[in-house]
Design a protein around this ligand. Sequence first.
Ligand code: ADP
Length: 786
Amino acid sequence: MKTTITIYNYLLALLLVLCSICASAKAQTKALPTPQKKVQIFGDAYFPPYDFINEEGQPDGFFVDLTKAVMNELSLPYSLQLINWSEAMKKVQDKKGDLLIGISYSEGRSKMFKFCGSLIYLSQSAVYRKGQSPVMSLKDLSGKKIVVENQGIAQHLLSIEGFTKNVSTVDKVSEGFDLLSKGHYDVLVCDYETSSYVLFKKTYSNLEMTDLQLASQLYSFAGNDEVMLAKIDWAIQRLKAKGIYNELYNKWFNKYPFKWAKQVVISIVILILVALLLWFFNILLRRKVNKAKLQLDEKNRQLLLALHAGGIFVWGYDVKKNLLFNIECDYFPPEGIAPDKDIVYYHPDDREFLLHTIKEVAKGNIPKEPICVRMNREGSNEWKYIEKEFSCIRDKAGEVITIIGTHKDVTERHRMQSLLEESVQKMAFAIKNANLVLWEYDVNTGLLKSYNEPINDYNDSTLLKSNDFLKYGHPDDLTLINDAFRSMRERSDKPFSINLRLRYKPDGEWRYCIIAGTSFIKNSKTGDVIKYVGLRRDVTEMTLVNKKLEEEKIKAQEADKLKSTFLANMSHEIRTPLNAIVGFSNLLDSTSDPEERAGFVKLINTNSGLLLQLINDILDLSKIESGILDIHNDVFNFSDAFEELHQSFLSRIENPEIKFICDNKYKTFNVCIDYNRTMQILTNFITNALKYTKEGYIKMSYFKENDGLKIIVEDTGIGIAKEKSDRIFKRFEKLDNFAQGTGLGLSICKAIIRACKGDIGFDSEEGKGSTFWAWIPCEIMEIVEK
Ligand code: ADP
């Protein structure tokens, strides 16, 4: 096989030589370099690994070695210079050089130079700084600052692709690498092998490269002399046949490690790391799983313990099979039982409800609250209250396949709850019937919650602010209420009790209340009081009764005092006329003088009259006390009675300083009233006027007023001091202890007027006189004026 290739190579070389000889015959005659004349060869001073000046300043690279081998093969003397590429091209173009080494083929260049046959192909790479977005294709170059070698093939290819504006050039590719590394440009486009070589050799640690997807370019020798180029082709074939070409190729292109090797190493390392990590995670995961399993077991154990401790049993219901089965209980037979068979253990009133609930849960309708049913499996006399909760397991379609239920005996709780409800009801009943208000005050919110509160219309859910509560308090008691609220706000631990007046409605009556309160709930950490509770008692009735009792007591005490005074007075009032009667009666026998005897008789009569009046007053008083003061109305002519009374008093008035006036405007004044009582009032008024008037006049008058009779007695006596005026009509009340009288007259008048449903009063000015009046409602039949 190898031999065939070698023969083929020879034939090809021979063909090329023949062709070139034919071509040279036709071509213009060009002077071949004479053996003495050196072939002037030019190349790029920096295009490693193809042609470049090495660190010792010597030309080096694949093309340099190849050129040397070719020239040697052709036995041609030559001079090789590596200079700037553009200069090198110019030299050969200007015929100052014969041969260019390491030149890419392009259409443009093919017009300037003749090219050797194919040699190697170049592909282009993009070099950029690490950290920048990678340049994978031509698209990624747009908008970037690109640098290329001046007149290099990269510049040519980019211009074909339309990249001209953002492309800058450097004379040497090495400059391009430097400037790129320093950040002057974004991308350097150059031959792939060159980039690999530079990045491998030089320490541009901040650069990396990718293959730029551009068409590969033929890379070869070029010059002006086709014959020489044909020879070079032939020589290259020879070198290839000898294996020298491959040696050179391998020397330059296979001597630095392949990229993929690096990648493979990295991949292996990564794989190992991943494997290690996976192994580590596996161990970690296993440990976690084991730990979680242990925890789960422990939790399961705790759950079971909790279930047992809480008296909770767990059961299941297979919806398809319609069977109840045990999970954490032993209610059902091992093969399970249908709910409608097991239902016999439940209270008849609860059976339908329980079966219905199970059916609903099977449809996915789980009750929001646990249900409570009565059950009796033991056959005892008592029903147990069982609380049941439900959850369900569904299949992929969402259908309930199993119901999981709990079962808890709450009989004791139920009993306690019933007791509690009963107690609460009793308490509520007691509070309501005792007219109490139960209140609680939350210090943190400042809100007052009351039970059985008339202020809130007995609505227990209404909350009041402390300020709102103040509105119901009596203005005089606001300080008390404020003090109580302040003490609660200061979280005082002292119980308190205040008496105050409240009004449940803005226009309601004031109610007397006692509010008692005490701290109730405290903060467990700070010990601060959070809530107060207390009771409010409405003691209005009791307070009013007490007040009345107090008043009655004072009255009784006063009455007692007055009665004592009365008795003292009585002994004096009775003895005085009695002594006079007894004394003057005895004296009657001792004298025969008719004048003297007449004087004694008169005195006896006067004192008898006084004694009789006194006894009548006492009798009237006893009637008033026992409530049997009767009023007997008769029709009579008041005018006549009035005149008669005036006459009877007129005869008795001895004081010439007093004018006793009878103001009677009527001839006939027929009324229907109690004659005796009306005359008693009038008599009393006149008697008093006579008693307390030393000079001036006493005037008695009457007239009709508002469907009644008004009687008036006016005098110019001593009058009554204002401060004493409210005592005038009270029993046993005598303003002047030395004056004659029992202090009963006016109080009897008032009692009579009250019985007649009339009115009585007086106007008086001390030292000037008094006017006493009484109005008696009555029918007035006839009035005829005089
Ligand atoms: P008495 O029988 O003591 O007069 P009354 O009840 O009739 O008792 O009168 C009560 C008191 O009222 C008298 O003690 C007297 O001080 C006073 N009083 C009554 N009438 C007059 C009057 N016309 N002028 C001045 N004081 C009077």
